[in-house]
Ligand binder design. Sequence first.
Ligand SMILES: Cc1cc2nc3c(=O)[nH]c(=O)nc-3n(C[C@H](O)[C@H](O)[C@H](O)COP(=O)(O)OP(=O)(O)OC[C@H]3O[C@@H](n4cnc5c(N)ncnc54)[C@H](O)[C@@H]3O)c2cc1C
Ligand SMILES: *[C@@H]1O[C@H](CO)[C@@H](O)[C@H](O)[C@H]1NC(C)=O
Ligand SMILES: *[C@@H]1O[C@H](CO)[C@@H](O)[C@H](O)[C@H]1NC(C)=O
Ligand SMILES: *[C@@H]1O[C@H](CO)[C@@H](O)[C@H](O)[C@H]1NC(C)=O
Ligand SMILES: *[C@@H]1O[C@H](CO)[C@@H](O)[C@H](O)[C@H]1NC(C)=O
Ligand SMILES: *[C@@H]1O[C@H](CO)[C@@H](O)[C@H](O)[C@H]1NC(C)=O
Ligand SMILES: *[C@@H]1O[C@H](CO)[C@@H](O)[C@H](O)[C@H]1NC(C)=O
Ligand SMILES: *[C@@H]1O[C@H](CO)[C@@H](O)[C@H](O)[C@H]1NC(C)=O
Ligand SMILES: *[C@@H]1O[C@H](CO)[C@@H](O)[C@H](O)[C@H]1NC(C)=O
Length: 490
Amino acid sequence: MKALLLVGLTVSCSTARVAATLAPPRVQDVVCAQIANIISNASEVFYPGDPLYEKGIFHAAISSTQESKCVVEAGTAADVGKILIILGRTRTPFAVKGGGHATNVHFSSTLGIHISMYRFSEITYNSSSQTVDVGAGLIWDDVYAALEPLGVNVVGGRVTGIGVAGFTLGGGYSWKTNQYGLAVDNVVAFQLVKPNGQVVRVTQATDPELFFGLKGGQNNFGVVTAFTLKAFPQSQVWGGIIQYPGVVADAVTAATVAFQNVTDPKAGLITTYNYIPSIQQVVSAALMFYDAPTPPAGIFDSFLAIPSVGSDVSTRSFLSMVQSSPVNFTQPTRTLYEFLPNLGFTSEVGSLLFNETVAIGQLLTNKSLIIVSYDVELFLPSIYSHNSIKTAFPPVRNISFQPFNIAYQWNSSTFDDEFHAIVVASQARLINAQIALGQKNLVDVPYYPNYAVAGTPLEKMYGANIPALVELKQRVDPTNVMGLAGGWKF
Ligand SMILES: Cc1cc2nc3c(=O)[nH]c(=O)nc-3n(C[C@H](O)[C@H](O)[C@H](O)COP(=O)(O)OP(=O)(O)OC[C@H]3O[C@@H](n4cnc5c(N)ncnc54)[C@H](O)[C@@H]3O)c2cc1C
Ligand SMILES: *[C@@H]1O[C@H](CO)[C@@H](O)[C@H](O)[C@H]1NC(C)=O
Ligand SMILES: *[C@@H]1O[C@H](CO)[C@@H](O)[C@H](O)[C@H]1NC(C)=O
Ligand SMILES: *[C@@H]1O[C@H](CO)[C@@H](O)[C@H](O)[C@H]1NC(C)=O
Ligand SMILES: *[C@@H]1O[C@H](CO)[C@@H](O)[C@H](O)[C@H]1NC(C)=O
Ligand SMILES: *[C@@H]1O[C@H](CO)[C@@H](O)[C@H](O)[C@H]1NC(C)=O
Ligand SMILES: *[C@@H]1O[C@H](CO)[C@@H](O)[C@H](O)[C@H]1NC(C)=O
Ligand SMILES: *[C@@H]1O[C@H](CO)[C@@H](O)[C@H](O)[C@H]1NC(C)=O
Ligand SMILES: *[C@@H]1O[C@H](CO)[C@@H](O)[C@H](O)[C@H]1NC(C)=O
């Protein structure tokens, strides 16, 4: 062990000057040991076989999981700093994981060294500043559960299991977005470990460029250990999911089209078209939300009147609402997400998505398909107006685009490449079809980095912000430490 350590240190010194080639796998093992040696007793390193190693590399989509050399559960910002310095000096590939919901492999997983943020789990409400400090290792379920007795809430995820960190650093569309904007619009401060190991609190006052970059720029500028978020009052809410047989899809589409006339910012809706291979049919679903115990008459009546195959709608806590969505599968599934830009949902767009759901469902059925889902996420045109300062995402705020989502889940890795190619082709086809239906400005819509599939050009997501983000990257991370981690890179 001692001899190995010396080898590692020698390698790290020489590569510090060269800084070009990645540490080979054998050296990465040594780096695990080096890290174990320098961290405080608040942090710990786990190796394959340990349940905490498995917990560390776990992802909601099994296709995003990779077998790392070791898992470092970091417990203090100072330890994260020491770890980043070693990783940078040895040019060791690594990953940082929050809630592990990335649907692109390598974004929060690695064959190198995995940094798990679970130990950053504080939730502290400050009633005088109306803010909540939230640890970067939490999932939103934990945050909602802790805030519920206090009668406050934050702008976070809409379904169970999503991580605070990746969601917030990429943008963040929430049930509260119609009222308060995206998650990035509601961050007051970031506790950040810079790539040089320095721990800083980043606000609009301390470093406006870095504050801008962290609001959508994901893991490019270091590792965030905590967020200070604006808090808002929270009562019981109304909502849940209704699932409909394929035969009433047109009625669900019509109700969804009409929902766009609702101007009440407390109302939210996600309509989905889902192909289920076992029944060779589309099941559509409406996930409805109202930010009060009872919705005013008229908003959701048409959804409630359509004959359904299952309904789970009630007055409930915000946490119960978020956990009502059936995203938990009994077996681990491989998953891909893709962003679908949209500028308005019409019956023609509904018919297009329904037809695509059937066509892709049939095409993929014999390729271990579990579900194909085309998701209509509707927000008020005003959601991008809740912030007067610039954010990395979205790069434009004068286009009222909707963040539709395409999701495929399957079982066998044999088909990974095929699913990727098919989701890319499907997105392109639907963009062209929507342009043909009159959405001329669709080409100007920025793509949501938290939905976009791997391979999406940076330009599509960050547009005119790219030069500023590249310049910021050069200042904050001149030796490209964060380039050793996957994700969108400036
Ligand atoms: C079932 C499901 C539902 C979803 N619902 C929504 C939704 O309602 N609204 C929405 O906007 N999005 C939604 N998403 C997308 C979601 O925002 C992204 O998947 C997001 O990246 C998840 O964050 P995470 O922390 O769980 O991910 P992770 O996989 O842990 O991380 C994602 C990215 O963030 C980086 N990162 C994580 N932690 C840190 C850190 N501490 N410092 C720096 N970088 C870090 C990682 O390196 C990685 O690049 C959903 C995704 C899924 C799978
Ligand atoms: C961790 O180290 C600190 C000081 O370095 C010490 O006070 C504390 O008792 C240690 N904790 C454990 C669990 O060993
Ligand atoms: C809470 O916020 C107030 C007002 O910003 C601030 O003065 C105070 O120090 C904060 N309290 C804690 C415990 O951080
Ligand atoms: C929605 O509003 C538009 C424009 O005001 C109107 O033409 C349309 O009939 C309304 N649709 C529904 C379903 O209320
Ligand atoms: C989904 O699974 C997670 C992790 O096992 C659990 O915490 C959560 O409560 C589950 N959600 C639902 C709706 O069952
Ligand atoms: C969807 O398919 C149906 C039946 O084949 C067809 O009538 C309809 O025009 C299609 N819709 C679109 C938008 O292509
Ligand atoms: C899937 O395979 C089965 C059995 O080989 C076959 O009967 C069926 O037609 C195939 N389905 C599709 C959509 O190709
Ligand atoms: C949005 O603003 C940008 C510049 O900020 C401008 O170039 C563009 O034309 C505007 N687009 C619309 C649709 O107003
Ligand atoms: C999923 O794939 C695994 C391994 O490839 C296989 O063992 C399992 O039977 C498959 N499950 C289903 C439901 O197809």
